[in-house]
Design a binder for this molecule. Structure first.
Ligand SMILES: O=P(O)(O)OC[C@@]1(O)O[C@H](CO)[C@@H](O)[C@@H]1O
Ligand SMILES: [Mn+2]
Length: 445
């Protein structure tokens, strides 16, 4: 079989240790994603555009229906490229990040030949899909700013309103009592925040899952496989160090971003930092990731609600943005295919910005994959080793496990969980709360 044919055929094995995740390995979540989940996501998008044609025409003008025909055609064409394992086509967008994608694709081509959807680092294949979708809308006349995930992201907020109300009441009562920060309070908020990451429309293929159990974290404690809450508390509450800034790299809209803002409020209200930087995405991303308009919509929605806990928080949080306690920053880097060990080279300004913080809180599975290089590490690999030199500041990592990248577990834990739950790395039922200090990391021992 010629090299090209071998290359175009995924092999029927599990992902070997210490290699990049890829759909090249048939017995992997990456393969299931490229073979089934990505085509389903694309099909759902096409169906959504067809279903909402009239609504979009009302919003963007009747001429937008011409654009929609183009969008449907181009989404269908892209879906065919994925399903027939075509090489990733260079992006044609004139946006600066497109050139970085094309450079990265060319770099990969020099290493292993032109990357195709099944035979590329999974991170590139998935990131490319969402960037290609954004390009399809960028190329239209009237739908350049259209976010076709917006309705799902807004629904993920409205359908979680009971949970959000519970969380709002909890935070309000917490802050109404003492004024000094407390480890117990902060650790409890971290765990509530961790399980908010289960609300991810990419893993649920856009369907809202029942998240009512996510508030009672005590029942979930045995599903936290690494708990560095105390180290995160020490780092966040230390106000005597060189920096008193904290950053949160958001993941999903809806209930998850609400729990992120609760953490950011606690930090400001308890004077644990001078300000908190909130990083949002610049394009529609992995269905549920937060963009600036999603954050603004969430705050507006909170202020409109006639709820004695949610409304005042919406007003206070809007004031935090007004007075600079919270700084919202959009950065293209978070939607590039690079893992974070490349940040210092690809976006040194961002790396230095993070370096000005005492702690950066990273949320979610995709950020975890990028933090640890999209590698199939032995799960007992030290966190510091997995970060491969990415160390701008203290790093607090909260993630429910939805892919094969895991570091920092005590020896034997992964094997035990694997026996108990063979799909433990796909459904977000198991969580990690990990901390890696500027100069040292801790393993979960
Ligand atoms: O970053 P998040 O929102 O926690 O998860 C994103 C995600 O759902 O997308 C991929 C599956 O297609 C996985 O990497 C991951 O589970
Ligand atoms: Mn996400």
């Amino acid at each position: 079989m010629c090299e090209c044919q071998t290359r175009n055929r995924s092999i029927d094995v599990k992902t070997p240790r210490n290699v990049h995740l890829s759909a090249f390995y048939k017995r992997s979540f990456a393969y299931h994603t490229v073979l089934s989940r990505m085509p389903i996501i694309l099909t759902n998008l096409i169906d959504g555009v067809v279903k909402n044609k009239a609504k979009i025409a009302r919003g963007y003008g009747i001429d937008a229906t011409e654009d929609l025909k183009t969008v449907i055609g181009e989404l269908s064409e892209f879906k065919y490229e994925v399903q027939t394992n075509q090489p990733l086509k260079p992006l044609t967008s004139i946006a600066p990040d497109a050139a970085i994608y094309n450079e990265y694709i060319a770099e990969q081509a020099n290493i292993e030949g032109p990357p195709t959807h099944f035979h590329a680092i999974w991170l590139l294949t998935e990131c490319y899909m969402y960037r290609r979708i954004a390009q399809i809308f960028e190329n239209t006349a009237l739908l350049k700013e259209y976010d076709l995930f917006r309705a799902s992201k807004e629904e993920s907020f409205t359908s979680s309103i009971q949970l959000i109300r519970k969380m709002a009441k909890h935070l309000t009562n917490l802050l109404a009592e003492a004024s000094e920060p407390s480890k117990e309070e902060f650790v409890a908020l971290l765990k509530l925040n961790l399980w908010g990451n289960k609300c991810d429309l990419s893993i649920s293929l856009g369907k809202m899952a029942d998240n009512s159990a996510l508030f009672d974290t005590a029942k979930l404690d045995d599903h936290v496989l690494c708990d560095h809450c105390e180290d995160i508390w020490e780092a966040v509450s230390d106000t005597a160090g060189p920096s008193n800034r904290i950053a949160i790299v958001f993941d999903n809209a809806g209930y998850e971003v609400f729990t992120d803002l609760c953490i950011a409020d606690y930090i400001i209200s308890r004077r644990m930092a001078d300000n908190v930087t909130l990083y949002v995405k610049t394009i529609p991303w992995f269905i549920s990731d937060v963009m600036l308009h999603d954050l603004n919509w969430t705050l507006q929605q909170m202020k409109k609600l006639d709820d004695k806990y949610i409304k005042p928080l919406g007003e206070k949080w809007s004031d935090y943005i007004e007075d600079g306690s919270w700084k919202v920053i959009e950065s293209d880097f978070w939607t590039l295919p690079y893992n974070f060990s490349h940040m210092a080279k690809v976006d040194p300004d961002l790396y230095n910005e993070l370096g000005g913080c005492k702690v950066v809180i990273f949320k979610g599975d995709l950020n975890y994959r990028k933090l640890f290089g999209e590698m199939n590490w032995n799960p007992s690999t030290l966190v510091e080793t997995g970060l491969q030199g990415f160390h701008p500041s203290g790093l607090a990592i909260l993630r429910t496990i939805k892919s094969d990248v895991v570091c920092g577990l005590p020896e034997g834990v992964a094997e035990t969980i694997e026996e108990q739950d063979p799909k433990w790395k796909e459904k977000g039922d198991w969580g990690l709360i990990q901390y890696c200090g500027r100069i040292r990391s801790i393993n979960c021992v």
